[in-house]
Ligand binder design. Sequence first.
Ligand code: ADP
Length: 465
Amino acid sequence: MSLRVRLTLLYTSLVGGILLLFGIVIYQLVSINLIDQIDELLARTASSLVEGMRLNTVGELDMELAPDLELATNVYVQLWERSAGLSFASAGISHLDEPLAPLDRLPAEPVYRTTTVGETNLRVLSVPLSLGNRPIGTLQVGASLAIVEATQKTLLTVLVTGTLVSMGLAALAVSLTTYQALASLERATNVALQITRADDLSRRIPYQGPAEDEIGQLIQAFNQTLSRLENLFNTQRRFVADVGHELRTPLTVIKGNINLLRRMGCADEESLGSIESEVDRLTRMIGDVLLLARVESGKLPIDNQLVEMDTLVLEVLGQTRVLAQDRVQMRLGDIDQVLVCGDRDQLKQVILNLVENAIKYTPVGGEVVVDLGKMDDQARITVSDTGPGIPPEDLPHIFERFYRAEKSRTRTTDGKGFGLGLSIAYWIIRQHGGRIDVDSSKDQGATFCVWLPLAEGEGDCQPEA
Ligand code: ADP
């Protein structure tokens, strides 16, 4: 059974059930009320009749109707005497020689009963009459229940019709609303199936309804998942293509050298050196790829400790001076005493990557400056250079893996750059709760800025869970 049918049935029976219960209560209350009114009329009539009764000279009851008491057309009276039997019957039942309600087993108090005379249902009040302690007869006052029955019948018709009409309307309303809501879901399911079949993650599910309702939110969430999946697949595809591309060059060089060695029939030192350097390059690249995979997935453990960033920066500068030689001037700008929590080796790797890049991309005679300071509750390490800068079209991509600006691809034929250094740096800093910014424009040099949360002391550094 479809969800739509189930919901329609559920809500329709709920509405029906509530109205049925409501109807039963109303029906009962109205019936009790009408009978109460009739009982009151009977009691009033009986008491007026009893007041007007006299005993005649032969000891029989004489009943006079009080002048102000005019019997309603549907009210009947009988007076039964112990000795003489039926001694009075009102107009309309003078032909009746039976009591309106059975006279036997009557209690000593007035009693109401519902009886049937002929085809008419009557409400009858029997009032026992006595002289001293001696019972002398019974006065019976009855009223037809025709009005009550007619009212009950009308009420029943109204209630049943009302309930059925309400159930029908509820069914229609639920069916229409669920149809509208489920039609969007059905459309979403169809598009989702088409996406799966066509393997096309670039498609999105359209939704015309309000974005903030439940279905709108569901479709939005689904579309977001699709975007993320598309991104992941694209990254994955690019990654495989990039790795393949990066592997091809060194492998071609190695193969070429092996062929050369084979042709020459002896080990040529130059070819062997070339093979060795390509193997080293491959090893470095695979190391970087593995490191990136671990740090990206958060699987690279962080040995959390208090790190004196000023000492670390000085260490990096000392190490990289060799690389800069006289080509590029290395300068330490402002330096403050700064403490952060993190893995010392990983943080050093980040600063090293940035400084090495700055040296690598800055032409002879340029300058690389490293600053260290604090801003609010953040440590700020900047590495600026006077190199060619990064073109605006490359800026959004430089933290992507294997991304190298077009110029760098041709420039680093020394085979050092894989386009992984900044990705690794980005992920390490991210895992440390910080961020990296870059500010650069073409021919204006580049400034990389690392932000890390400041630490006060050893107590701030919680070991990794
Ligand atoms: P690579 O190994 O190619 O240096 P990175 O991930 O470290 O890889 O850098 C990605 C790209 O960002 C580089 O190829 C280069 O185009 C650009 N880049 C990084 N640092 C600088 C810099 N200081 N100046 C100019 N371009 C830079």
